[in-house]
Every structure is written in structure tokens, then in C-alpha cells.
Design a protein around this ligand. Sequence first.
Ligand SMILES: [Zn+2]
Length: 195
Amino acid sequence: MGSGARELDAVPLVVGPLYGLRTWRTTGERGAERLRGPYSGTVWPTGGAWLRAVCAAGDAHAVPAAGCACGVYGWHPTRRSARSALAVRREVAGIVAARGPVEVHAEGFRAREGRPRALVLHPRSNPHLIQRLAGAYGADVVEVRGADALIDWCAEHGIGLAPAALAALLGAETEAPRRRRWLRLGRRGEAAARG
Ligand SMILES: [Zn+2]
């Protein structure tokens, strides 16, 4: 299946922004820590800048590509994804904002660009580290007791697709784990529904 920029540009532009839960590892000297991708090792840019994902497979295709694993990952906020995000020791949980072409699936999404929207401070976090990182990245700090409170916070702040919206987006014509939908988010996530 082709997945060039022309095809990505042809998919509908939708209301944004799109947010997901995820984790990051940290790197760097104490006081100057940075976030990096747990799998790619990519250090995320600070100051509210967007990370533009590249394909580790080295293929010359636009990211994210169908059938590939490339892109900035986020998981739809659910009790299960929230528990997973908070359970990973030595990683920082947070909320990532997506921009550009994105592949949405039942569990989450892969996007071309992302930046941290908020970092989660919970009872097992290092509060000083979370505050330093949030300051460096221009991200909010969400202080919660656990996964349920994190999900509640997401719901209150419009973070994540509502289950009904996700179901409508993915349709019901194929097996749930295989459902995929390509979207393109506005540059600033502004409402710009089309097509
Ligand atoms: Zn790829």
C-alpha cells in the first residue's frame, strides 16, 4: 500500500487537537534533564517545540506510514492505558499532543509530530524532576493519586476521544483490533473539519 505525502494530504482534515497518554524516559544531567522516547531514544525538543518523527526503518516514506511502526505514539486515555503509563518505573508519564497526519486505531495513534502537553505527578514520581521537566518543556503538571484520577482529569479537560467518537471514527465494518483511520490535524489543532 502506498503511503506517500500525496496520499496523506488527501485524508480529511479534522477537528483537533488529539491527545494521548504515554511515557518518556529521561536523560541528561540533574537540573538539565530531557525527555526521550523509550524505544527510539530520540531526545524531545524543549520549549513547546514539536518533535517531528522520522522512520527508524530508514525507509524514504512520510511518517507515519501504513504497515510501519513509525511515528509519535499516544494511547487513548482509558483505565488500562492510565494504569500502564503510571506503572512504568523510571519513566515519566504524561499527555502528548499530536499534529499533522495521524493514524488512529482502537488503542491509540501514531502521529507525524508531537509535544508534551502535560506531565503526570503521582505518589511515586520525583516531584522536583517533574517540575523541572514541565518547566523546560512548557508543559502543565497534572497531580493525581493514581490511574482513575488521571482518567477523570482527562475527561474534565477534554483530553482524548470520547468512546462514542472513537467508535464512529473507526466504524464497525472490520474486526476491532484491525480498525484504522487516517486523519490530518490542523497546524495548531484548531477546529477545521473538512471532507
Ligand atoms: Zn516507517
